[in-house]
Design a protein around this ligand. Structure first.
Ligand SMILES: [Fe+2]
Length: 304
């Protein structure tokens, strides 16, 4: 197979977050990718897992092998571990957004099955009124910082969120905190309860479709640096001390000066290393016509 070795992208600092990078792909390369995958329907990519890798190959062909290396390098690099990227407004089709994101995730790893959608990705909406049993879809309150995948057995090394559409949406930016920007990381990661196996489970929430009970520590080490598993809504403390510890973590991360809102235009996605980034959402400004849709994929890295 002939692989294009020419680079058709550049990496620039992100304008709203000092640790994030922004990857700009040249229009010509995006157009080439979209043309190549035009005949591959999203349904086929959903039904036939190896088609998702075909999308990845086409993206690598269109943008160059250096692109694949750079994406992996950024996500594994503790200093950054995250980037934004988009389709430069060359398409507004939801199906093409998903194909692009899927190509990207299959260059670096494998998405987990998303029990909320029963697919390898999920698109979820936020509206003025939404019947929900978690904070994910409640528009007018903050979605507190957390990591994804704490309540499932699969490894969740990375999270991708892509803005699919929005109408009458003011606010709702992603809130992001890199662990090394958290003033109290040392205090909590060296606490006696840091290695305690907490019970993580969403078995009490119907919308998640997951009955697992997972026992894991809230802190662990990778590349000799502390990493975190934290989700306030699905961690079940069993004692007062455990409850106080979790609450103090939340108060500390929510008030950290490192917690930064980052806007995401339609057609752009943010991808972060879930082991050392926490994410959440700013509240939206009230509007009865508010509509926003986000796609997520989360999964594991290939071993490199
Ligand atoms: Fe999340």
């Amino acid at each position: 197979m002939k692989v294009d070795t020419k680079s058709n992208f550049k990496v620039v600092p992100h304008s709203e977050h000092k640790r994030l990078r922004h990857i700009e792909i040249e229009n010509e390369a995006i157009t080439r990718f979209l043309e190549k995958v035009e005949q591959i329907s999203l349904e086929r990519a959903e039904y036939v897992p190896f088609i998702r890798f075909e999308l990845a190959v086409e993206l690598r062909q269109a943008v160059g092998v250096a692109f694949e290396k750079k994406v992996k390098e950024i996500l594994h690099d503790r200093e950054t571990g995250g980037f934004t990227i988009g389709l430069n407004g060359l398409t507004t089709k939801s199906e093409e957004f998903v194909k692009f994101a899927t190509a990207l995730t299959h260059l670096i790893g494998l998405p987990n099955h998303d029990a909320m959608s029963n697919k390898f990705y999920a698109i979820f909406g936020v509206k003025h009124e939404f019947d929900s049993d978690t904070y994910l879809r409640k528009a007018y309150r903050i979605l507190e910082l957390h990591t994804d995948g704490t309540f499932v057995e699969e490894q969740t090394d990375w999270v991708l969120m892509m803005k699919m559409s929005e109408k009458n949406a003011v606010g709702g930016e992603s809130r992001l905190l890199h662990l090394d920007d958290w003033e109290d990381l040392d205090r909590f990661s060296k606490h006696p309860l840091a290695s305690h196996p907490f019970k993580f489970s969403y078995a009490d929430r119907g919308s998640k479709n997951v009955k697992d009970e997972v026992f894991q520590s809230s802190f662990f080490y990778s590349q000799n640096k502390p990493c975190i598993r934290y989700n306030h809504q699905c961690t079940h403390p069993q004692t007062i001390e455990e409850g106080v510890y979790l609450k103090e973590i939340q108060d500390s991360i929510e008030n950290s000066l490192g917690t930064t809102p980052v806007g995401l235009p339609v057609g752009q996605l943010v991808m972060i290393n879930n082991n050392f980034w926490l994410h959440g959402r700013e509240p939206f400004v009230k509007d009865i016509k508010l509509e926003r849709a986000l796609m997520r994929q989360r999964g594991s890295f290939f071993t490199i």
